[in-house]
Design a protein around this ligand. Structure first.
Ligand code: ATP
Length: 299
């Protein structure tokens, strides 16, 4: 008897998943990306990093962006966050052309970007004050966001007293405190150990469940992309282009146990095909590398 499990197509959706996507597409378009491209002028000449790409993101969607190294994921997110100029095309936020950074867009990076000389509470208050909030309500507002990310007990701690996961929770609180329409996250959990990373993923889903915010999340981790997202934007490199925009067929609410479900594995298989096509070679195709003497009995 064969022990190979036949996976369903990643395009197969249960009724509840299909209904969820129908609901998402009915929501207003939060972000409309129209033929946005990017080239850099370098000493060696012009590098075309992103070909014109177009896509829409609906209100309260969770979108992940994945693709091989150098395909332009960070560049795309940085342009949409207003931290990098676009070379061509435009993007609209709530129907209005956006350019430059604004309080309507928040950003969380992989590196810890907290001020080490300020407490957790003061770090979050700083973000609010920079964006024009003032008065006694700033402290209360900051505390609300700190509680939301589960760090009420650490409000008076300094960043050096926090673990990596806690620092990223403060960064999320600081970004959300300005109530952005879209939160851009660039490999925010990339520096965390696997256990903390998976805790942070569940935590982020919980935060997103409680806050009216649309999220675009860059990651290299296929499991992370599937676990978190409604849809996954898969880019290819040289130049960066959209390969596929995948609707994740895994039902919500998500739990880590779903990572072994047929629909999760089918989606992962599809992402592997798109991102690591060369790794789908048989071991017979690999060159033989002899690192031991052929006379050694190693088996
Ligand atoms: N300021 C810049 N000047 C010149 N080239 C740049 C600049 N920023 C990015 N690039 C180039 O653009 C390409 C895309 O970079 P980007 O960081 O967006 O890719 P990425 O998909 O996020 O990569 P990774 O997965 O490795 O983080 C790379 O070849 C990079 O060297």
């Amino acid at each position: 008897m064969s022990d190979i499990i036949e996976l369903p197509s990643y395009k197969e959706q249960s009724d509840s998943v299909r209904a969820r996507f129908a609901d998402i597409y009915q929501r207003p378009i939060k972000l409309e990306v129209k033929d946005v491209s990017k080239s850099f002028n370098t000493a060696k000449g012009q590098i075309d990093v992103l070909s014109p790409i177009s896509f829409n993101v609906h209100r309260r969607e969770f979108i992940s962006v994945i693709g091989p190294s150098g395909c332009g994921k960070s560049t795309l997110i940085r342009m949409l966050a207003g931290l990098e100029t676009v070379s061509g095309g435009q993007f609209l936020l709530d129907g209005k052309e956006a350019s430059g950074p604004g309080a309507d867009r928040g950003m969380v990076f992989q590196g810890y970007t907290l001020f080490p000389w300020l407490t957790v509470k003061k770090n979050v208050m700083f973000g609010l004050e920079v964006n024009g909030h003032s008065g006694t309500s700033v402290e209360q507002e900051a505390m609300q966001w700190i509680e939301l990310v589960g760090l009420g007990h650490a409000a008076e701690s300094y960043p050096s007293q926090l673990s990596g996961g806690m620092k990223q929770r403060v960064a999320i609180a600081r970004a959300l405190a300005n109530q952005p329409q879209i939160l851009f996250m660039d490999e925010p959990f990339g520096a965390l150990d696997p256990h903390t990373r998976s805790q942070m993923q569940s935590h982020l889903l919980q935060i997103w469940h409680n806050v009216d915010v649309t999220i675009m999340f860059v990651t290299h981790d296929l499991d992370e992309a599937i676990y978190l997202s409604d849809r996954i934007l898969v880019l290819k490199a040289n130049p960066g282009e959209i390969q596929e925009f995948i609707e994740v067929p895994v039902p919500r609410p998500r739990t880590p146990e779903q990572m072994l479900s047929p629909e999760f594995l089918a989606t992962k298989q599809r992402l592997e095909e798109l991102i690591h096509p060369k790794e789908h070679t048989s071991t017979q195709d690999l060159p033989i590398v002899r690192m031991t003497s052929v006379n050694d009995n190693v088996e």
